[in-house]
Ligand binder design. Structure first.
Ligand code: SAJ
Length: 415
């Protein structure tokens, strides 16, 4: 089947770039979002999120009349759901956004439509999605949810793009196509082939769900190894950066970098979905999460000890984002550490974040001052490197050698 019209539900960090890229291939795309502001912004050809080159692609797609946004779903050939899947209390996956999306599109679904779940999901979520749709539309036949021959198609095709390189990776990455039936895989592959240059590999939905969770857990476990090493090295008075550089010269060793903790909305969340599904079995995965979640607390205690050396400590936190050269503050350990330090009454706290213009809500009213890097260097006696943003990497040893430095990213290990 040729896809003439595609609906993308959820116009965030994944949905909007996906919608714009499909539209750029000449397919009519309607983007659905619950935020009126997001819808209005996109319809003006503008973007509400920061991602390199996204503004250009969205503007072109809207100007060509191929992409438009709306709060009201309408009929289409395929529906792609890209809504958040956070966790609830007790680290249990919260599928309420997927359920809400299913209920929103159900009334406009037509026989033969393809529904794709792109959101990172616990194992079994795609089957649940089919069941929710079946409940809403008893007149249609969803795979696995109806006793009749299915006339609807459902697949899980997890997004795997790296924030900061989304437009490139959307096209070049291989895609896992987890269909509820072989025909679902076939149809979903046909849709992805319209914009993906990478390979599309078919499997079942449960394996596709687990593959995505596995990728992010693999990274989390490896970062936890590096973070644990950094704490062991502090105790043993060894420079962890030198240690890792040396160990990585072994042809089969590739240790990742320690940091202030793991941030973002993916790696700090997804491993918990595996732990929730197999609590007794997922031992390394759970421990890795605990190690990475504990790292900010460890950094705060190091900064407190550093500040204790001064009568009037002025602590400059370099970076608030969850990783280098982006403005994304979601689940950011750097932001949490700065907040903790502000609450700890250890002295004046300065924040330097070149990618934002105003202090985030969480830090407002806490006595924290957002300053430039230059001001921080003039004022502070303690520097805490929390993010390896480009301007911080460009610092010279002369800029910092009169300060006490807590360097969570190893920027100054070369001095
Ligand atoms: N981090 C370290 N040390 C490292 C690498 C990363 O401390 O050596 C920290 C970062 O500073 C950051 C966090 O980990 O706080 C996560 O950053 P990241 O760059 O590893 O990953 P994300 O969250 O930006 O994107 C990940 C990617 N997954 C993998 O690389 C396996 C991306 O491909 C996924 O699409 C994305 O999660 C997602 O949406 O699931």
């Amino acid at each position: 089947m040729a896809f003439k019209k595609v609906s993308v539900v959820g116009l965030g960090y994944i949905g909007l770039p996906t919608a714009a890229v499909i539209a750029s291939r000449g397919i009519e795309v309607i983007g659905i979002d619950v935020s009126q502001k997001a819808v209005e912004t996109i319809n003006q050809g503008k973007v509400h999120i920061v991602e390199p080159d996204l503004d250009m692609v969205v503007q072109a797609a809207v100007t060509m009349g191929k992409l438009r946004a709306s709060m009201t779903p309408e009929p289409a050939d395929a529906f792609m759901i890209a809504v958040p899947t956070p966790f609830k209390e007790g680290h249990q996956p919260d599928l309420s956004y997927i359920e809400a999306a299913a209920k929103a599109i159900a009334p406009v679904l037509e026989k033969g439509n393809l529904v794709i779940l792109e959101s990172t999901s616990p194992v079994g979520a795609t089957e649940k999605l089919a069941a929710w749709l079946q409940e809403q539309r008893p007149d249609l036949h969803f795979p696995g949810a109806s006793n009749s021959e299915p006339n609807m198609f459902v697949a899980h095709c997890p997004e795997r793009v790296l924030p900061g390189r989304v437009l490139e990776e959307l096209v070049s990455n291989d895609r896992i196509i987890g269909g509820l039936t072989a025909k679902c895989c076939e149809m979903a592959t046909e849709l992805y082939k319209t914009f993906v240059r990478g390979e599309c590999i078919s499997t079942n939905a449960r394996t596709a769900e687990m593959a995505k969770l596995t990728e992010n857990s693999f990274r989390d476990v490896n970062i936890a190894f590096a973070n644990e090493l950094s704490i062991i090295c502090d105790k043993l008075k060894i420079n962890v950066w030198e240690l890792i550089a040396l160990a990585n010269r072994h042809p089969r060793v590739n240790i990742l970098s320690p940091g202030p903790g793991v941030g973002g909305h993916c790696i700090a969340v997804d491993p918990w979905f595996i732990v929730d599904s197999a609590p007794d079995e997922a031992r390394i995965i759970r421990t890795a999460r605990e190690i990475n979640d504990h790292k900010p607390e460890y950094v705060v205690s190091k900064v407190k000890a550093a500040a204790d050396q001064f009568k009037r400590p002025i602590v400059a936190c370099l970076g608030l984002a969850f990783k280098a050269d982006i403005d994304d503050l979601r689940e950011s350990p750097a932001l949490d550490i700065t907040c903790e330090l502000a609450n700890a009454n250890i002295g004046q706290i300065l924040a330097v974040e070149p990618n934002i213009q105003e202090l985030p809500g969480k830090l407002q009213g806490q006595g924290v001052e957002l300053v430039s890097l230059q001001q921080a260097l003039e004022m502070a006696n303690v520097l805490v490197v929390l993010v390896d943003h480009k301007p911080f990497k460009a610092l010279h040893s002369n800029d910092i050698n009169t300060k006490v430095v807590v360097d969570t990213r190893g920027l100054f290990s070369r001095f």
